[in-house]
Each structure stands twice: as structure tokens, then as C-alpha cells.
Design a protein around this ligand. Structure first.
Ligand code: SAH
Length: 400
């Protein structure tokens, strides 16, 4: 963006009105602009209807409406599409749009967004971690991942409708959302605010590898969105082996923080548990997992591990996953056992990194892949090699 442009999506209507007034435009224009952007979902001032050309020109010069540019897309499965966005500094980020039939027969769509270029958490099984951390996404860059997905219709009443193609948002792409908290919060506020995109907080899920001190703070300040914790190990011995974050925040601290969070925020947490053969899939782990889930009154999502090339981990076989789930059932733990079939959603996006690295000859990323130094000219077929969509959905396409 040219120097000095103000990120548009972070602005309140009052702030926009002051900016307009300072430039000699009528304050009421702020309402018109908000209507164009947030109701009509038009994201380029030149295309705003019924606005004086001078004002449209000013808006385009003064504000940044496109902090990330869509430069490629690719179908990754029957019902999944991945999108590549170019960032102003030459990095790239990906998001995923997942479509799956829900139990009620309707099709539900979920957008999986990234919050960082790369990731610092270093989970051993995750392709994003192999890239290392590059930078946080700005709030605008997080919001921008949603902007291309608008459906426009003329209703029988004759009224024009512009709505997002997806019903749910999961923050499960590349990066650790709670490590980019201020920008995450600002972006989620844009999605959630009734005067902006108006997604109910229950339609937004944030997944964390378990930054316990942030969860403790959130328990104090409140957090309206759904929370998923990537547990993946039910004892310190097992979890530390695959998730270095566990050394900083061991399970006792994480579980205590999560308990405080769910009690104070009054919301059920989801525990994500990817099943990796001979690593975290013993029956002893299932019993420990059941204890944690019961302590937290949490729902457990058992996810088959999605293989990452060059990493040694493999998914537990279906029989083991079922036996593991049976133990949770016997202990009265609410859980979902994701299956592998067709377009069902059973894996994360982290595995993109390595394949991209191999095929594009550069470092990769996850559902939000981003390559410093890679250019937007790389042909689309080298993008999005993740066979499976992101982890943010249950098998019937519902948000976690
Ligand atoms: N940093 C956040 C969001 C990242 S990715 C977090 O850790 O929750 C979303 C989920 O995908 C996490 O649960 C992550 O552990 C999982 N994941 C990463 N690589 C995976 C793989 N190869 N197969 C299955 N799940 C994976």
C-alpha cells in the first residue's frame, strides 16, 4: 500500500466520519461508505454506487481496502478450495474455503484463515512449523482473506442481497492466533461487529496450541468466540515430545488456564487431538485424555493425522482410532471421531509447507502458506498441494 494509507477495516464509523470531515466531505458519507462495504460488500471505492467520484477518489487514496490481493486459487478436493493472497511485502498467505453437507442436508461452508506468515510454535508434526516464524499478519490481512467470498443475488422481493459464501470462520490456518493477539482481536471484531460483517461470535472458532498465560488473561477480560485447544498429547511426556510449547506451559498449567477460561467465559472448549501412530494413541493416553476432558467439560475432536512428507509420523489406523474413541465413550466424554472418506474434513493444512517447498523450491506454510521471496508469478499448480482441507470442521461440515 502506498505510504500513509489508513487500514480501512479497523476504522469505526465515527473515525471514518472524522477523516471525511477533515478532508471537507459531509460526515453522513461515512454511513454510505459503511453501507457499501459492510452491507453491499463492495470492497473497491471506485465501484461504490451513488457516491461522488471525488469522494471515491479520496477514499481510494486515503484508505487501504485491499491489504491482501487474491492471486490464485486451486481446488484441493471435491468441496475444498484454497486461495493464495499476495501481501504488500512480497509474502504470501493462503486460506481455505471448505464446503460440506451438514446433517440437516444443507451445505455449510467454513472459511479457514491464517494469522501469521510461518509459525514459531514448532509442533513437530506440523508443516507450518518447518517454515519458522516470518511475521504477524495485520488485522487487515486477516480480514482480507474473507473478502473474495461474496455471493450476490436478487431476491424475489427485488432486493439485492450480498452475503458471504461461508457461515463459519475458523482461525486454524497458518500461525498461532493467540501469539498475534491484538491483530487477531481487531480482525475478529470486524467479522463480529453488528455494524460491520456481523458474524455471531459462536460462528467463529479460534484454535490455539495452548498459550496458557493468554488464556488466563482471556478468562479475566472475556472472549466471546469459541475456543479450540490443540492438545495432541494427554501427558507431559507425550505432549512435550511433539509440542515444544508444552515445555513452557505444561499440561497442569494449560488445563488450569483452560478451566478458568471455560468457567469465566461460560463456554465449552473443544480439544483437538490428532492421532499419530505409536506416539499419542495408546489406551493409557485415551484414559488421560478422558480425565482432562472431564475436568474441562470439553468436547474432544479426534482427527486422523495427515501425513507430512519427510516427517516420520503416521496416522493411527482406523481400528486404533475407534478403540481410542471407545475409551472416551466409556468415560462419558463427548467426542467426534472424524472418518476419512470423500470430501470429509479430517486433516489440517499444515502439511502444505513441505510439499510446496519441494515443488516450488521454497519454504512453505500451512493453510496460510506464505513464502518470503517467492513471487506471485509461480504457476497456480505449484500452490495448494495439501490434499486435505483444514482441521477446522467436523465430518458433517459443522464448525468445531
Ligand atoms: N496454531 C493453532 C492453529 C494451527 S493449525 C493451533 O495449534 O491450534 C490447526 C490444527 O491443525 C492444529 O490442531 C494443528 O495441531 C493441526 N495440524 C497441524 N498439522 C497437522 C497434520 N499434519 N495433520 C493433522 N492436523 C494437523
Amino acid at each position: 500500500m502506498p505510504a500513509g494509507r489508513i487500514p480501512f477495516y479497523a476504522l469505526s464509523r465515527e473515525e471514518l466520519a472524522s477523516e471525511l470531515a477533515a478532508a471537507g466531505f459531509e460526515k453522513f458519507r461515512a454511513k454510505q461508505v459503511f453501507d457499501c462495504v459492510y452491507s453491499k460488500k463492495i470492497f473497491a471505492p471506485k465501484a461504490f454506487p451513488a457516491l461522488p467520484a471525488k469522494l471515491a477518489g479520496f477514499l481510494g487514496e486515503r484508505f487501504d481496502f485491499e491489504p491482501a490481493k487474491l492471486v490464485g486459487d486451486r481446488k484441493a478436493g471435491d468441496e475444498t478450495k484454497k486461495y493464495l493472497f499476495a501481501l504488500p511485502d512480497g509474502n504470501f498467505v493462503e486460506c481455505v474455503l471448505l464446503k460440506a453437507p451438514a446433517e440437516d442436508g444443507k451445505t455449510r461452508k467454513t472459511l479457514c484463515v491464517s494469522t501469521q506468515v510461518g509459525c514459531a510454535c514448532g509442533c513437530r508434526f506440523c508443516a507450518s512449523a518447518m517454515r519458522g516464524f516470518v511475521r504477524n499478519l495485520t488485522a487487515g490481512e486477516i480480514v482480507a482473506q474473507a473478502l473474495p467470498f461474496v455471493e450476490r443475488k436478487i431476491l424475489t422481493s427485488g432486493r439485492a442481497e450480498a452475503k458471504f459464501e461461508f457461515e463459519n470462520i475458523v482461525v486454524m490456518g497458518m500461525g498461532e492466533p493467540l501469539a498475534n493477539f491484538d491483530n487477531l482481536s481487531a480482525a475478529l471484531a470486524v467479522f463480529n461487529s453488528p455494524e460491520k460483517f456481523g458474524f455471531g461470535a459462536r460462528r467463529i472458532t479460534v484454535s490455539t496450541c495452548g498459550i496458557a498465560d493468554r488464556l488466563e488473561k482471556l478468562a479475566e477480560t472475556g472472549f466471546p468466540y469459541r475456543l479450540a485447544i490443540s492438545l495432541h498429547g494427554a501427558t507431559d511426556e507425550v505432549r512435550s515430545q511433539i509440542m515444544p510449547i508444552n515445555k513452557k506451559y505444561p499440561l497442569a498449567r494449560l488445563v488450569a488456564a483452560a478451566k478458568k477460561f471455560s468457567e469465566k467465559c461460560g463456554r465449552m472448549i473443544t480439544l483437538e487431538y490428532i492421532m499419530i501412530e505409536n506416539v499419542n494413541d495408546s489406551f493409557a493416553q485415551a484414559r488421560e485424555l478422558a480425565k482432562i476432558a472431564r475436568t474441562l467439560h470439553a468436547h474432544v475432536n479426534l482427527i486422523p493425522y495427515n501425513r507430512v512428507e519427510s516427517l516420520p509420523w503416521r496416522r493411527s489406523d482406523a481400528a486404533r482410532r475407534a478403540a481410542f474413541a471407545k475409551i472416551l465413550a466409556e468415560k462419558g466424554v463427548s467426542h467426534t471421531l472424524r472418518r476419512e472418506k470423500g470430501s470429509e474434513i479430517d486433516a489440517a493444512c499444515g502439511q502444505l509447507a513441505l510439499k510446496r517447498k519441494l515443488e516450488a523450491g521454497a519454504g512453505g506454510g500451512a493453510c496460510g502458506s506464505a513464502e518470503a521471496g517467492e513471487t506471485a508469478k509461480i504457476p497456480p499448480e505449484t500452490f495448494f498441494n495439501c490434499e486435505k482441507p483444514c482441521a477446522g470442521q467436523s465430518e458433517n461440515g459443522e464448525q468445531l
